[in-house]
Design a protein around this ligand. Sequence first.
Ligand code: CO
Length: 183
Amino acid sequence: MAYRKICTEGNKILTKVCRPVKDFNMRLHILLDDMTDTLMYADGAGLAAPQVGVMRRACLVRDLSKEDRPVEEQILELINPEIIEEDGEQTGIEGCLSIPDVWGIVTRPQKVKVRAQNRNGEFFEVEGEGILARALCHEIDHLDGHLFREKSEKILTPDELRAYLAKERQDAESTGEKTETGE
Ligand code: CO
């Protein structure tokens, strides 16, 4: 296992359409293991192969609701993923390891269903809602050469980011109170 360097915005590799994975071999497994190390080290929510310079349709999505579980339970490996269903809409904050320290508001589907292959080539389907749906869309976009900045209706200034995060914390606290009082 090893860490790989994450390409940043401006690198043309991030704007290209990736090719399907055809060989589910040791080389792919090493790539996925290295991507997992890189993602956990960077503490991100997802990572796509082009971000580490590999032009293949492979990405990882991290389920942040499982942050206290072992790494292998947090990380979903998606090879040749395709969104086959989407439903609803959510507007919220998004960032990217390839665009460090930049946060923007992006509208995404509230729910998606994705069909993909695992590292051994077996097909599976996964459904995501909320932040997981957002991460799935964001990573699959990378495989088509799209960065969230293109879809962002607003890039936040540092002050706006602080205000947004403070409000989010406040909302979370008030929801927490409601839970405690059983509402
Ligand atoms: Co990204």
